[in-house]
Design a protein around this ligand. Structure first.
Ligand SMILES: Nc1ncnc2c1ncn2[C@@H]1O[C@H](COP(=O)(O)OP(=O)(O)OP(=O)(O)O)[C@@H](O)[C@H]1O
Ligand SMILES: O=C(O)C1=C[C@@H](O)[C@@H](O)[C@H](O)C1
Ligand SMILES: [Mg+2]
Length: 172
């Protein structure tokens, strides 16, 4: 059964879009960060603090690989870094897989993230200038992996509903 994978940088809207899409097409939704949090009974922040990022990436890969092995149909919202570690991007081209990169500009990401950074350990301690710089460099480094998705939707200036409609059009 098909898997719809939404990927992209922190704040591009994976969780928000995946939730709405799931309701709209009536396919169950899972958020990878939430699954990891449930599995370890710790927040993403706490996992980074207690166990470090490498441990988080290991668990992230295990949880993602398990989901991809299941036969269930689902919408999966990945974590921002998921495509960039442990060859997770190799799952993007499988049979019955629709992988979609939600592409946002540095400015869009900055605007969305600077109001709500505390839950995101990679940026939580940065001031505005550091954050802009960090997003620009990080996005550049990660773009190769994001571009492994089968489809790309530019999300700048689009409402949640518009982006969801574009995803649905791709699936048709
Ligand atoms: N048009 C839009 N589409 C999606 N999200 C939007 C839009 N406008 C504002 N937002 C807001 O931007 C934020 C996007 O966050 P969301 O948690 O969905 O991103 P994410 O890609 O899942 O990030 P992370 O990788 O950190 O989990 C939310 O606060 C959401 O309400
Ligand atoms: O971009 C990243 O590397 C991350 C994004 C979040 O979704 C979480 O998975 C975590 O904060 C790491
Ligand atoms: Mg998310």
């Amino acid at each position: 059964m098909k898997k719809i994978i939404l990927l992209g940088y922190m704040g591009c809207g994976k969780s928000t879009i995946a939730k709405k899409l799931s309701k709209s097409i009536q396919v169950p939704f899972v958020d990878l960060d939430e699954m990891i949090e449930k599995k370890l009974n710790l927040s993403v922040n706490a996992i980074f603090e207690k166990h470090g990022e490498i441990y988080f990436r290991k668990i992230e890969h295990e949880v993602f690989a398990d989901l991809m092995q299941s036969t269930e149909e689902m919408v999966i919202g990945l974590g921002g870094g998921t495509p960039c570690y442990a060859n997770n991007h190799e799952f993007f081209k499988g049979e019955n897989v629709f992988s979609i990169y939600l592409k946002a500009s540095i400015e869009t990401l900055f605007q969305r993230l600077h109001q709500n950074k505390s839950k995101r350990p990679l940026i939580a301690s940065k001031n505005e200038e550091e954050m802009r710089e960090f997003i620009a460099k990080h996005l550049f480094d990660r773009s190769f992996y994001y571009n492994q998705a089968q489809y790309k939707i530019v999300v700048d200036e689009k409402s949640i509903e518009q982006t969801v409609s574009e995803v649905i059009a791709l699936l048709a």
